[in-house]
Design a protein around this ligand. Structure first.
Ligand code: SF4
Length: 368
């Protein structure tokens, strides 16, 4: 690859701009950068801006995000140490997930990365400097840990790849998305051209949205995490099929909804939104108000008995006196968890499948 501008110029590939950043790798010691600060145009938000350029990160981190931060911290420390024991503060399932991710990273890189939590500077078409933080870097390769379900993070990886090719003056770059909960790795090789064609339109659209121009907000799979959703018409409009019942009681005919599969789908989507977002947050707020001595008419907090569990040592004693069988009478064994235990491999015939069940779920790819 020609050194210098081909990568850094982004959309303006013909411009002559300064050469790339010096390579900041730390060959002797693995560099762990303090904090995981994100810039205004951090690539971590690129997948969201690709879907809706008006997306704003929510101020409430949420449980999922907090778990992600804990796992990233444990992953960074273990990868920097080239494996070994993972942070004992994690629960066993999370620890197993991180250990798997660390082993995959070391396997993909053929050894330890040269740096972890590495700041990657990149430029837009006007030559303005931004940065993102990649979890692990080795040569022209990036590994990025992801918690939760497998999603499309290509837009984020494009920006990282672009930055790394610029730093290394080398092409192509390879990105590995390591989905630790699903135990899946998604690897992609990027040329500068490809990375530019994905990343630069996102930056341009985001800047346009910030300046008050471009297309308006567009409801997407990330709305539930968006800090603007409480006052966003496209988001609220998804409630319309259910809201008709409240706003216009005379006009509402539920039998007509049941008779029309199109309306039925929209009605279910609206109910899910009400239940999973608005209701959850309204309940949390009502609890706060009541706990602080206030009143929410029609609602109160009911105290329930806490979950019972065995005191330390009691289980050993029961097994010693009555054997394992007594436990099997009282509970079930989670097959997915058992499969994740080191050294356990279940042969065909050792697992008995029950009757299949059915659940109504939303199709992948979102609502119409
Ligand atoms: S809530 Fe609105 S601004 Fe946020 S992602 Fe959805 S459509 Fe875009």
């Amino acid at each position: 690859m020609a050194r210098g501008r081909k990568v850094k110029a982004g959309a303006a590939a013909t411009e002559t701009l300064p050469l790339g950043q010096p390579d900041i790798k730390a060959p002797e010691a693995v560099a762990v950068e303090p904090g995981r600060e994100h810039h205004d145009l951090s690539p971590s938000a690129f997948p969201k801006w690709q879907a809706c350029s008006h997306y704003e990160p929510s101020r409430e981190p949420g449980e999922e995000a907090e778990r992600g931060t804990r796992l990233h911290k444990a992953y960074a420390m273990a990868v920097a140490r080239k494996g070994g024991a993972v942070d004992a503060g994690l629960d066993p399932e999370d620890r197993a997930a991180v250990e798997w991710a660390v082993a995959e990273t070391l396997r993909l890189f053929g050894g330890a990365p040269e740096s972890v939590e590495r700041k990657l500077p990149y430029y837009d078409s006007e030559g303005l400097l931004y940065f993102g933080t990649a979890d692990a870097v080795c040569g022209v390769g990036i590994a990025d840990l992801k918690t939760g379900q497998v999603r499309d993070y290509a837009a984020q990886m494009a920006a990282y790849a672009l930055a790394l090719m610029d730093i290394k003056w080398a092409e192509p770059a390879t990105t590995h998305l390591i989905f630790c909960d699903e135990r899946e790795v998604v690897t992609r090789e990027w040329t500068a051209e490809e990375a530019i064609s994905v990343a630069m339109p996102i930056i341009a659209a985001r800047k346009e949205a910030l300046a008050g121009g471009g297309p308006g907000p567009r409801a997407c799979e990330y709305c539930g995490w968006c800090g603007r959703r409480d006052a966003c018409p496209p988001y609220a409009s998804q409630l319309a099929p259910a809201a008709v019942a409240i706003a216009s009681l005379e006009a509402f005919d539920f039998s007509a909804v049941l008779a029309d599969p199109e309306r039925l789908g929209q009605f279910l989507a609206a109910c899910k939104l009400l239940r999973c977002d608005y209701e959850e947050r309204a309940q949390a707020r009502a609890r706060e108000v009541i706990a602080a001595g206030g009143r929410v008419p029609g609602w109160t907090i009911q105290r329930r008995k806490g979950r019972e569990s065995l005191a330390p040592g009691v289980l050993d004693d029961i097994i010693h006196r009555h054997g394992w069988r007594v436990l099997l009478e009282c509970g079930t064994v989670s097959i997915p968890k058992l499969r994740k235990q080191p050294g356990i491999s279940l042969e065909p015939g050792q697992v008995v499948e029950g009757e299949p069940t059915e659940a109504l779920v939303e199709e992948k790819g979102g609502r119409p």
